[in-house]
Structures are given as structure tokens and as C-alpha cells.
Write a protein that binds this ligand. Structure first.
Ligand code: NAG
Length: 119
């Protein structure tokens, strides 16, 4: 699937064959604001890593500060590499903190913030 990150650095002939690794890593989120409803955001949670492309994973997402996400736990295939969530933020909130991750045997969990502006 083009994402075999673990092997690229191993060119040294003294180093033996790498041991297979199962690891999920986050890629930076991409956030866009809805054109009509300025309180609505689309958050693209992205990942990569060294799992089997067909492995089932759960994309988890939650925001604080009264912000509401449309989904909390979405069943994905590892090789989807992303899940988009919709978030509605309260009127007066300026900074939104969210948590995202992939939950499986191999997992990550990350917090991030973004600024809400209505103009
Ligand atoms: C997400 O959903 C799956 C399948 O229903 C479940 O096994 C898993 O525990 C859930 N994860 C969380 C963090 O709720």
C-alpha cells in the first residue's frame, strides 16, 4: 500500500533483516471551516504506520469546550488512512481542544487545538 515506513532507513549491511513492527502513527490533522455555517468544521484525522492494510481499526474522536462531533468511534480499515469528523462549535468559544486516535492493540491518542473565528 506504499506505506512501509519502517524499512527505508535500513541500508547498513551490518544490520540484519528488520523484525516486523506493528505501529500506528498520527499524521497532522487537516481542518476546514464550512463556507455557510462558520461554526461547523471538518476535521480530517489521518494516520499511517506498519499494520496490515486490511486490519480493522477504530477511529476515535472527541472535542471539549462544548463542541459536538458527529461521530465518536468509527470502524475503519487501516489502509483508509483517514476519517473525517464534523464538529459544531459553540458561538462564543475561541479555542477548541479535541482528542483523536486509533484504538486497537496498536494505538495512538493525540490532543490538538484550533481557533474558532466567525469572520
Ligand atoms: C469502538 O467500537 C468498537 C466496536 O464496537 C469497540 O470494540 C471499541 O471498544 C470502541 N472503542 C471505544 C474507545 O469506545
Amino acid at each position: 500500500m506504499g506505506v512501509t515506513i519502517a524499512n527505508y532507513a535500513i541500508k547498513d549491511p551490518k544490520i540484519h533483516d528488520p523484525v516486523p513492527v506493528h505501529e500506528v502513527l498520527p499524521l497532522p490533522v487537516v481542518i476546514t471551516q464550512d463556507h455557510l455555517n462558520k461554526r461547523k468544521y471538518f476535521v480530517e484525522s489521518k494516520w499511517y504506520g506498519t499494520l496490515d492494510p486490511n486490519e480493522e481499526v477504530f477511529a476515535i474522536f472527541h472535542c471539549g469546550n462544548g463542541a459536538k462531533a458527529n461521530k465518536f468511534n468509527v470502524t475503519k480499515t487501516f489502509s483508509d488512512f483517514k476519517q473525517t469528523f464534523e464538529v459544531i462549535v459553540p458561538k462564543k468559544t475561541q479555542v477548541i481542544t479535541c482528542r483523536r486516535g486509533i484504538f486497537d492493540i496498536d494505538s495512538f491518542r493525540h490532543f490538538f487545538k484550533f481557533e474558532h473565528k466567525e469572520e
